[in-house]
Design a protein around this ligand. Structure first.
Ligand code: FES
Ligand SMILES: [Fe+2]
Length: 441
């Protein structure tokens, strides 16, 4: 065990509780930057955001700014957005197309591959003062899965294939439902919430429960006075593996209906589900679009059927930057893509009916948990703690029922596993892998 805290003391998946300090404490947060964000594979961009050579997008991995850039050979590089001279960002644009980046301060420039190129007023340097090969920004490892581009700065991290593991069985519903691939449409939206990044992730990893109460009025407003109706627990599951989690039903398409766009509902029923059935089999075609939500460890989430896709970028322990997009299948007709985009904006953008409900609660959670006495009390994560089952077809650790804290418990277990680890060998796999991982494309 390491010299630092034993983070298993901050969570208990058997008793079902979490220590409140993990949501605001600066020291724990610093450890997260080191143990979670400097190690994990993180979603950085979708292929469709960088269609052309020299396209770039700037984002963050932890609190480290990075540039994601499309290369001449169409591969993607990800490197730190910090000039090795005095440290300023050399790219302040959100995105664009360029052959090089030039730092504002003294004028060092960097190629689209991140390599240090010309220096402004280079004559001030003597021969031998600088080896340009050595002084480019640090490069990340980059890989992608069916359109999603991921990066990690840890040379020892397992492959992306291993990182996603069996979760690809689920991901394919979103990324490979009809074989045409996916794209982000209509640009991205940034917003800021004074909340710990984990509240966003844990909400999407498996908190359908909050929707019954928190989103009830919003849903009624969107759906002619109809709320969620009675809970459907039969055929509903929480699946998790290595901190990734997908909660879902197998009996309908509540999430599609929530969008309030009848054309989209019809399309899912008559076109998309039959396509998925053929491509991915009956079970996954019934799962897609049910009351469902998903998070990929550590900080990426999406809603299949509502089609919002997002990352929760940490901005200190008590602030997050939320970036959201709308994801669609490339082959969908333009009018359907448009319907999805409108529905997605009405529900999940900073002014959307459902997004606002959540942000306010997470801000409360974050600030209230800091109270001197309050912080000494634990938080309850015990819903459905005895409902683990074996399922013949579903990969991962499976809990039955529509409402369960199972995926949150697994998410925090993975969090503690990484926080504690000195090396990847210390990090256990907490489910039994069985999906072959063979691509369906
Ligand atoms: S800080 Fe970038 S050129 Fe000096
Ligand atoms: Fe919500």
């Amino acid at each position: 065990m390491t010299a630092h805290n034993d983070f298993n003391g901050y969570i208990d998946t058997k008793e079902g509780w979490v220590d409140r300090r993990i949501f605001w404490d600066q020291e724990i947060y610093e450890q997260e930057l080191k143990q979670i964000f400097a190690k994990s594979w993180q979603f950085v961009a979708h292929d469709s955001m960088l269609p052309n050579v020299n396209d770039f997008y700037t984002t963050y991995m932890g609190e480290d700014g990075v540039v994601v850039a499309r290369q001449k050979d169409l591969s993607v590089k990800v490197f730190l957005n910090s000039c090795p001279h005095r440290g300023n960002k050399f790219c302040y644009a959100d995105d664009g197309n360029t052959r090089s980046f030039t730092c504002n301060y003294h004028g060092w420039s960097f190629g689209i591959d991140g390599k240090l190129g010309a220096l402004a007023n280079e004559h001030v340097y003597d021969k031998g003062d600088i080896d340009k090969e050595k002084w480019g920004p640090r490069q990340a490892r980059v890989d992608s899965y069916k359109g999603l581009i991921f990066a990690t700065f840890d040379p020892e991290a397992p492959s992306l294939e291993e990182w996603l593991g069996d979760f690809r069985w689920y991901l394919d519903m979103m990324l490979d439902g009809d074989g045409s691939g996916t794209e982000f449409i209509g640009g991205g939206i940034k917003s800021y919430v004074n909340a710990n990044w984990k509240f966003g992730v844990e909400n999407f990893v498996g908190d359908a429960y909050h929707a019954l109460w928190n989103h009830d009025s919003g849903l009624k407003a969107m759906n002619n006075g109809e709320g969620f109706g009675p809970a459907v627990t039969e055929g509903s599951y929480h699946a998790s593996m290595n901190g990734h989690g997908w909660e879902f039903g197998t009996d309908g398409f509540a999430d599609v209906i929530i969008m309030g766009r009848p054309k989209w509902t019809e399309y899912v029923q008559n076109v998309l589900k039959p396509q998925m059935k053929e491509r991915l089999g009956e079970l996954r075609s019934t799962i897609y679009g049910s009351l469902a939500s998903v998070s990929l460890f550590p900080n990426c989430s999406f809603l299949p059927g509502i089609q919002t896709f997002r990352v929760w970028l940490p901005r200190g322990p008590r602030k997050l930057e939320l970036r959201t997009w709308t994801i669609v299948n490339k082959s969908m007709p333009d009018d359907i893509k448009q319907e999805i985009n409108i529905g997605c904006m009405q529900t999940f953008n900073p002014a959307g009916v459902l997004e606002m409900d959540d942000g306010e609660n997470w801000e409360g959670n974050t600030s209230v948990n800091k109270g001197y006495l309050t912080r000494q009390e634990k938080l309850h994560y015990g819903c459905g703690i005895n409902r683990q089952i074996q399922h013949e077809e579903l990969p991962g650790t499976i809990y039955a029922g529509q409402f369960n804290d199972a995926n949150q418990r697994q998410f925090y277990q993975r969090w503690a596993d990484l926080m504690n680890a000195d090396s990847w060998d210390d990090i256990p796999t907490r489910y039994t892998p069985r999906y072959s991982g063979k691509s369906t494309v």
